[in-house]
Design a protein around this ligand. Structure first.
Ligand code: DX5
Ligand code: ZN
Length: 209
């Protein structure tokens, strides 16, 4: 199992140390939640943070765009060092296929994120145009929410259809086993890792699935 700690739950004043700890603990990717205050209520980080992180770590930067206008974010994030960029399939007013191709044009892996209430049919027209699916197991917007088991059927649906099935939201020592059994290849985890008394142990436990 690959593990992508979500730094949304970390103390941002200590990020340099945190990133070293995550590397030593065996994290596979670093998950970065970009929020614009429109697609979701909160505002988080952008290309400046990604650039600083890219200089601080060799971990691939796994960037989840929760924004209304991804076309404004993709180029600066790719130049800053993002390796995977996810856009949401709920942006029905956008040309999703062109956006995925735009992500590829910068040499990044393209990802599609799907919210709990969205049907898998919202992603199937684009299956040839993205490598990674980000199955949301909470409504996007903040960490520390409860895993929604409805995500499990969706995880199974994507088995053998995409390169990586990444599950995001409410992952802990129990829900991680459900996601793994359903076919997840990577787990994003924020509050479970960062609220754990020993984050490295939490990472190792998730990796062992
Ligand atoms: C939620 C974000 C997640 C979040 C996960 O909108 O996409 O990446 O940080 O946090 P936990 O693991 O606490 O649910
Ligand atoms: Zn996320």
């Amino acid at each position: 199992m690959k593990v992508a700690p979500s730094i949304l739950s970390a103390n941002w004043l200590n990020l340099a140390k945190t990133v070293n700890m995550l590397e030593d603990a065996g994290a596979d990717w670093l998950h970065i939640d970009v929020m614009d205050g429109h697609f979701v209520p909160d505002i988080t980080m952008g290309s400046q943070m990604v650039s600083n992180l890219a200089q601080a770590t060799l971990l691939p930067l796994d960037v989840h765009l929760m924004v209304d206008n991804p076309e404004h974010f993709i180029e600066p994030l790719a130049i800053a060092g993002a390796k995977h960029i996810y856009i949401h399939c709920e942006l029905t007013n956008k040309d999703i296929k062109s956006l995925l191709q735009y992500i590829h044009s910068f040499g990044c892996k393209a990802g599609l994120a799907i919210n709990p209430e969205s049907p898998v049919a919202a992603t199937t027209p684009f299956l040839d145009h993205f490598e990674n699916i980000l199955v949301m197991s909470v409504n996007p917007g903040k960490s520390g929410q409860k895993f929604m088991p409805e995500a499990l059927n969706k995880i199974s649906f994507f088995c053998d259809k995409v390169e990586e099935i990444v599950v995001d939201g409410g992952i802990n020592n129990y829900t991680s086993t459900l996601a793994a059994d359903a076919g997840a290849s990577a787990l994003v985890s924020g509050s479970y890792i960062f609220n754990h008394s020993n984050p490295a142990t939490a990472i190792q436990q998730l990796k062992s699935l």
